[in-house]
Design a protein around this ligand. Structure first.
Ligand SMILES: [Zn+2]
Length: 53
């Protein structure tokens, strides 16, 4: 399974998140953006978290 960052379109390294599930907050290892995992299936889907910065 893999997750493509919606911001930078790079594939995020998920080896740091072995227990990834819906609702988990992860960080893109390419652009550093915070993402909320929305779907766990054949591929992961995540959306950008607005941190209000
Ligand atoms: Zn990214």
């Amino acid at each position: 399974m893999k997750l493509i960052c919606p911001e930078c379109k790079n594939e995020i390294d998920l080896t740091n998140y072995p227990d990834l599930a819906d609702g988990h907050i992860i960080e893109c290892n390419h652009c550093g953006i915070t993402l909320n995992v929305k779907e766990v299936g054949e591929n992961y889907v995540a959306e950008v978290v607005d941190e209000g910065k």
